[in-house]
Ligand binder design. Sequence first.
Ligand SMILES: [Zn+2]
Length: 238
Amino acid sequence: MNNVDVMAFGAHPDDIEIGCGGTLIKLADAGHSIVMVDMVQGEMGTRGTVETRKAESAAAAKLIGAIARENLALEDGNIRVTPEAKRRVVEVVRIYRPQLVFLPYYQDRHPDHYRASEVVYEGLFQAGLARYETGQERYRPLRVIYYMGWYEFDPTFIVDITGQFERKLEAIYAYSTQFKPDDTFYQQTRLTSREYNWGIRQRMGYYGSLIGSMYGEGFLIRGKMKVENPLEVDFSSF
Ligand SMILES: [Zn+2]
């Protein structure tokens, strides 16, 4: 059994980088083991192929410092909450047994994103059921954290990623078929527009500003955080 520290799920290869890449880099820098899990291979992408996307995602994982990157090979553009989709989540969770899991926020403009959130959430729950048979030991990670996609939420906490900002951008731009803000592309997409690429930075700058930092990533937890000593928590109300 692997017992890794952190597992991050994303619908498409590149979602994890955008949503929580800076925080993952920060955790990897601190010596924590990280596994990234993409749910589709990107065969519906306007540009690039499954092969180019695979090479790009491997390069990005290396920049982040992840020890492994898995792909559940669900249908791109048509992620559904099915028993088979959830089984793939259960299996990967039971292999790596992460302490903490990042997953996409359950509301998003892209159907793959909110469905990925549901598939992962339900899979995490099933992974803890003794009678759900995969030939592996049951396991349910208790720390489940949502990262932001297109729609915002009021974050439970914000991680300062000022020191990781440049490397996060490098990891995003490792997907050179997807994000390069370059007018020479034969077919422009929303993701290659200057506005979108500037927006990525603006978002991180906005959440950084809320905690007195240059850049930040906001996260949501559905439960409550237990605090033993408020003096050891870094926050400011003024
Ligand atoms: Zn996506």
